[in-house]
Design a protein around this ligand. Structure first.
Ligand code: GDP
Length: 298
């Protein structure tokens, strides 16, 4: 994904126009600082990150009353980059197991099935041999949805019927993916029977580990970004139960709450691999701290 990482994403930029726009061409003053503070809260950055940014700009302003808006934006971006240090995955995050197993987990509606398809397509575009596993056997529509995606994108899919044993599907999928590059496992996300869900996820993991004891190599939580900081608590619970290794934040197109990314990262301290910016196959972009900070303060 090297090229993808360098690419900027126009949709991503659009989301945060309000924060960066405050300073355009203006000299910094108390009113614009207040406006910035409000915009940061509005974008769901939360108290800690907002205060860090405001305090650092204020300190610079105290020293230099001629501080320009663009200087303040630069300071804001650098504070944010510091908050997000470590949030970007390393370039060689994809190991060399055959297959590398990626489990996508999260509550219903967070975008797991869509992300499974988008991710599969991204790997395929990158020349990788990829297999998808339809382990959300609980939500009737999920099976059909992933089948439709797999047909449309010409991706190899291992699936079963509605209510089938999800771990059995994972077992079969691993066998189908043996000696291939990547296996992406879509899982169920029913919330009302959460303990059963956690058991099911753990069973999937045990079955995968029968094949390869270090599988799944990646356990990523798919989080609906439009829920803003409301999703932090849920993310923490998944992390405690399952030991996540990464995050994918979806639905950042059209939300004004993208600041919650900083809060989620502060809470979990695990890398954000991708962001979802729409419903089409190409609407999944690698997360980069630089793009994110530019999107907000650029
Ligand atoms: P799952 O229940 O976690 O498998 O969620 P789905 O993949 O079925 O997604 C739920 C809804 O969110 C679907 O209508 C998707 O098209 C939509 N969706 C998923 N990702 C994104 C995204 O990044 N942006 C937008 N706008 N919609 C998304």
């Amino acid at each position: 994904f090297k090229d993808g990482l360098k690419k900027t994403t126009p949709t991503f930029y659009k989301i945060f126009g309000r924060v960066g726009g405050i300073f355009s061409g203006k000299k910094l003053d108390a009113a614009s600082l207040e406006e910035l503070e409000e915009a940061l809260y509005g974008a769901d950055f939360g108290v800690e990150t907002t205060m860090e940014i405001i305090e650092e700009i204020q300190a610079a302003y105290k020293k230099d009353k001629d501080l320009r808006g663009q200087d303040a934006a630069r300071i804001g971006a650098s504070v944010l980059a510091r908050v997000l240090e470590g949030a970007e995955p390393t370039e060689d995050w994809l190991g060399s197991a055959r297959p590398e197993v990626i489990c996508l987990i999260g509550v219903n509606g967070s975008g797991k099935t869509t992300t499974t398809a988008k991710l599969g397509w991204k790997f395929k575009e990158d020349g990788k041999d990829v297999v998808l596993a339809a382990c959300d056997t609980f939500r009737a529509a999920a099976n059909e949805q992933i089948k439709t995606w797999a047909e449309r994108l010409d991706l190899r899919l291992v699936s079963s019927h509605h209510n089938a044993d999800a771990a059995a599907v994972a077992f079969d999928a691993y066998q189908a993916a043996k000696d291939k590059d990547v296996l992406i496992v879509d899982t169920a996300g029913r919330l009302h029977t959460k303990s059963n869900l956690m058991e099911e996820l753990k069973k999937i993991r045990r079955v995968l580990q029968k094949h390869d004891e270090s599988a799944p190599h990646h356990s990523w939580l798919v989080v609906d970004g439009s829920l803003g900081s409301n999703s932090i608590e849920q993310a923490r619970k998944f992390h405690e139960a399952f030991g996540l290794t990464g995050l994918i934040i979806t639905k950042l197109d059209g939300t004004s709450r993208g600041g919650a990314i900083a809060g989620i990262y502060r809470e979990l301290g695990i890398p954000i691999y991708f962001v979802g910016l729409g419903e089409q196959k190409e609407d999944l972009q690698p997360f980069t701290v630089k793009n994110y900070c530019n999107a907000i303060f650029g």
